[in-house]
Structures are given as C-alpha cells and as structure tokens.
Design a protein around this ligand. Structure first.
Ligand code: ATP
Ligand code: MN
Length: 538
C-alpha cells in the first residue's frame, strides 16, 4: 500500500534535486510506517505494540554540531553565540549537495507533509524527507497533521532533509565533525546529517519558530508546556530539559495544550506541535499513567532495553542512555485539546530541578524576581550515569531554552515581561529537584507532592497561606500547602544540618550572581534588585 491517495508533490522534490522513483513513500499512515520500519529492521515491536528503535551513536541532541547559515538575512538578526554557530553559504551548499547525493542513492525515501502552530494565523507548512521510515513516523507523531483537503494544495514553507546514515566529510563541509544540523532561513531548509536522534528534527523546527514568531509577528515563543483547567484558565510551565514540563502538564484534572513548545499571542497561547516527546526513564504506570498508556501502536520508543528474553520494556534500564524517549500524537492523551489553544495564562511556573537542594519546593515571585529567574534559567541536574559523572552540574540557560533561541535572550524576556505585567499573571518557582541535602545525601521531592503544590497554586489555595521570604533568594515561600507536609516547604528545615544548607545556598547564589553579570548592563534596576543576596557581598 505504498501508493499514496494524494498525488506525490514531486515539483518541490525535483527542485531540491531529488530523484523521484516508485519507492518514494508519501504521507503514509502510522501503521504503514511501522510496517516499513519492521521490514527495514529499523526497530521491533514491544508487548504493547509500540515501535522500539535505537537512534545509533547519538541518543541526545548535539548542540555543538548545530549551525545557522550566515547570510544577508541572518547576519545582523541572529544572536551569534556557542549555540547559534554560523556556517557560510559555500559550506551550506556542500552539505546540501552531500545530503541530496546520499538520499538519491537510497532505494527508498519517506516524505511527509505536515505543519506547525495550532493557531492558523501562524501556521507554517513543513515537508519532511526522511531516509528512515521511523523518523517519518516521528514527524507524523510530533507535528500537526493536515487533512486530506489541506493536502490538495499543500505548499511547503520549509523543508527538512534528514539523512542519519550519512557521514559528512567534515573538512570539506566546514563542520566540526561528520554530523551536522544546519538551518538556512534564506532557503527555508533544515539539513540533518549523521545523527538519528529524532529530537534534532523537533528542536530545529522549534528554533526556526523562535526566530520567525518574535521577530516578524510579535508572538512570544516559549520552551514550555501548557494546560487548561476546568474553568478555562491556562497555566504554562517553563523549564529546561528534565525539570518536569511533560510530566507536570499531564494532569488528569486539566486538559493538555502541549508539552514543550508554545506561542503567546495578543489573545491566546497555542501549541506549536501535534504530539509529545516524553522521557521514559523510570516510567511507572502509577506515577505517570497518561504517558505510560500512550506507549501503544503508533508510538515510537527510543533507546530502551527489554527485559532479557522478552519484549517487555525495562524502563529502569538506562544503559543505552538516561534520555530514553517516546513520541506519540497529542490525541494519545485522553484529555488533550485539539486544536491545542488556550486563553492568556493566569499562572506561570518556572520549573527547576535543583540537585543542590537549595531552592524552595514552591515560591511566589514578584515581577522583578520573575524576570531575573527567566533570564537566569537555572537548573542543576545529575548527568547521565553512563558518562561516570555523579556530581550535579549547575546550568544557566536564558529563557529556559538558550540552545533554541536564535535572537538575543533580551528580546524574549522583554516580551514576557510586558505580557506578565499587562495581564497580572501569577508567577511561581517550583523546585522539582532535591530536598534534605544535595544529590547523594537528600532525595528528590516526591512527584506527588510537586503535583499537590501545583494544584494548590492553580486552585487558589496558596492565596490563603502565609509566606516568608527566602533569606538568600528573596522569593516568597509558602509555609503551608494542602497535601504537602509543612516541613518540606522550607528547604532549610529539611536538611539535617542547617548550617550546611546556608553554606550551599550561598554557593548557589554566587553562581546566579556570576552568571547574571553578562546581563547586568542591559536590564532595569527592578530586575537587578531581585538578585540573591550573599553575605558580605552586594
Ligand atoms: P524535556 O525538555 O527534555 O522534554 P521535561 O521538562 O519535559 O524535559 P520531563 O520529561 O517531564 O521533563 O522529566 C521530568 C522527569 O523527572 C520525569 O522522568 C519525572 O518522572 C521525574 N521526576 C521525579 N520527581 C519529580 C518531581 N518532583 N517533579 C517533576 N518530575 C519529577
Ligand atoms: Mn518534555
């Protein structure tokens, strides 16, 4: 059944220099892509019918191999830095030629038309051209799915060429290694060579939206999850990888708008994507039922291992990577909203996974503190065990998403600040990390308690309780919260040695202060005044 219902849109492919053959599989249904994946030995099925693949040498993104073409359009508008690395047009052309030559030699290709942005005013059409059937399934799961009618006159705004099996000639291509992810705003092209990590596709598209929406449309693009309560109130959850965006936005009492990428317009919040990309490490049905039950036919699971001699996934096995993942379309979550939109948010949560056990489990931020925290974008996770690193590593990533932001972080912060003030949004900081001591001594705050704190904030229960200011960080810590032991709420009380807590808090505060030095000139005094206070320092 590889004969498509729709005429294969060959013109664009020809323009890209791709040969059109009978084995060009266009717009296949998920079950067909699964069948092709199995035939091609890209993966196997688990006991619940999901496709299980390994992504090869790369099991996570490779930010050092991500480039943006520096040309007339971008040279003055992109914030060039370690994440936004320039590549010139000559080398871009060589990578493009390598990819098209490679794809043309393959016996078959998988092509799919899809789009991003659930708000039709901002819709962007995307054509994905894949070496692998399973990567094409990823595109089906993660992006929005056009109707048959919409496919009739589908014109791609952007195209993605993905060739995980290609090894680039690094020197010839002006690349750091034999893999590359390259974005050309001029040609509206994303090239992915040498890496099979599916998340590259998703985050490359996120990167282009982070350029186009704020720059051209005055829409704030955000690395956040979002959901809507029974009374129609929207909540958004910002946070770096692993802080809980996907986990905490899956809440049976609220409808899911989306789990990772959103835009905030003058009148709404909308999802960029059409699916979720959830972590699977230590996944348990009791704790995360929605995600667990989404692992069924059509879902794509990456880099997990089975229990020996079985087809049952051992979710606790992180021996390939701690970053095991599953992608599935939004409608696999029973309470997902389609179209995935919500009104202007009432509550914003900044999620941080503080492996130093310093930040309070929940606190309320003033507008100045909120801006300070947004620009800082702090988290400190424990790195994957496979690298042998067991120490936490503090990370500061502006706007909770620096690797995906092509513009200066100040541009996003300004938009957020203006929107927060205009709508009087409540901003909370939630530490989903450690309590009672640093990683190794204390323990991770139980998910059930974090959920209870978020519910309390959303339902107004935290408007009634007493607060006290954190002595170093200054945010207002709730002293009680329904469903959570009081003792947990003040982090200092959870440490066996309060003096050791004070010392650690000062140390973490010092990192914040040093990290913020690079922004100090450009931000207003209200934000600077929200910096943590370290004894003996200003
Ligand atoms: P990414 O940007 O990489 O998608 P994310 O912000 O969506 O990351 P999650 O996938 O939700 O992060 O990961 C949070 C992980 O931490 C999950 O595996 C979750 O089970 C675990 N976890 C443990 N304790 C907590 C807690 N108190 N709050 C949130 N998550 C917790
Ligand atoms: Mn996520």
């Amino acid at each position: 059944m590889s004969v498509p219902v729709f005429a294969i849109p060959t013109d664009h492919l020809v323009r890209l220099g791709l040969k059109i053959s009978d084995s060009l599989h266009y717009q296949l249904q998920p079950h067909e892509l699964v069948r092709h994946s199995l035939r091609r030995k890209e993966g196997v099925l688990n006991d619940t019918g999901a496709l299980v693949i390994r992504t090869g040498a790369y099991t996570g993104r490779s930010p050092k191999d991500r480039y943006i073409v520096k040309d007339e359009l971008t040279s003055g508008s992109i914030h060039w830095n370690d994440f936004n690395q320039p590549i010139d047009e000559v080398h871009f052309n060589r990578i493009f030629d390598s990819i098209t030559a490679y794809l043309n030699l393959l016996p078959e290709l998988f092509v799919r038309d899809c789009y991003v942005c659930a708000d039709t005013r901002f819709r962007l059409n995307i054509r994905v051209i894949n070496e692998l059937a399973s990567t094409n399934l990823f595109a089906y799961n993660m992006f929005l799915r056009p109707t048959e009618d919409e496919l009739e006159n589908f014109h791609p705004d952007w195209q993605i060429l993905s060739a995980p099996g290609l090894q680039l000639d690094a020197a010839h291509c002006g690349a750091r290694s034999n893999i590359a992810v390259v974005i050309s705003f001029q040609h509206r092209l994303i090239l992915i060579a040498g890496t099979g990590y599916t998340g590259e596709t998703k985050k490359a598209v996120f990167t282009i939206l982070n350029y186009l929406l704020p720059h051209e449309k005055k829409v704030l693009s955000m690395h956040c999850s979002a959901n809507r309560g029974p009374k129609g109130d929207t909540a958004i959850f910002f946070g770096l990888s692993g802080t809980g965006k996907t986990t905490l936005s899956a809440d049976p009492r609220r409808s899911l708008i989306g789990d990772d990428e959103h835009g905030w317009t003058a009148d709404n919040v909308f999802n960029f994507e059409g699916g979720c990309y959830a972590k699977c490490i230590n996944l348990k049905e009791e704790k995360e039922p929605a995600i667990f039950r989404a692992i069924r036919p059509g879902a794509l699971v990456e880099n997990v291992k089975f229990f020996p001699g079985s087809d049952r996934i051992n979710f606790d096995d992180g021996s390939i990577t701690e970053n095991t993942r599953v992608s599935y379309p939004l409608h696999y979550i029973s309470n997902a909203l389609e179209p995935s939109l919500g009104p202007t948010p009432k509550n914003i949560f900044f999620l941080t996974c503080d492996a130093y056990g310093v930040l309070p489990p929940i606190s309320r931020l003033t507008p100045g503190q909120a801006m300070y925290q947004f620009i800082s974008g702090y988290t400190a996770k424990v790195a994957g065990t496979e690298t042998g690193i067991t120490e936490p590593k503090p990370t500061f990533s502006a706007c909770f998403g620096a690797p995906f932001l092509p513009l200066h972080p100040g541009r996003y912060a300004e938009l957020l600040g203006a929107k927060m003030r205009q709508h009087g949004v409540k901003v909370w900081m939630v530490n989903t990390g450690w309590s009672g001591g640093v990683f190794g001594k204390g323990s991770r705050i139980p998910l059930a308690y974090t959920r209870a704190m978020i519910t309390a904030a959303l339902e107004g229960a935290l408007d009634e309780v007493e607060y006290t200011s954190h002595p170093v960080f200054g945010m207002a810590m709730a002293l009680s919260c329904p469903g959570v032991p009081d003792q947990l709420l003040h982090p200092r009380n959870t440490w066996p040695d309060p003096a050791a807590y004070d010392e650690m808090a000062e140390e973490v505060a010092g990192w914040f202060i040093r990290n913020f030095e690079k922004y100090a000139d450009g931000v207003d005094p209200e934000i600077l005044a929200a910096a943590p206070r370290v004894a003996g320092k200003k």
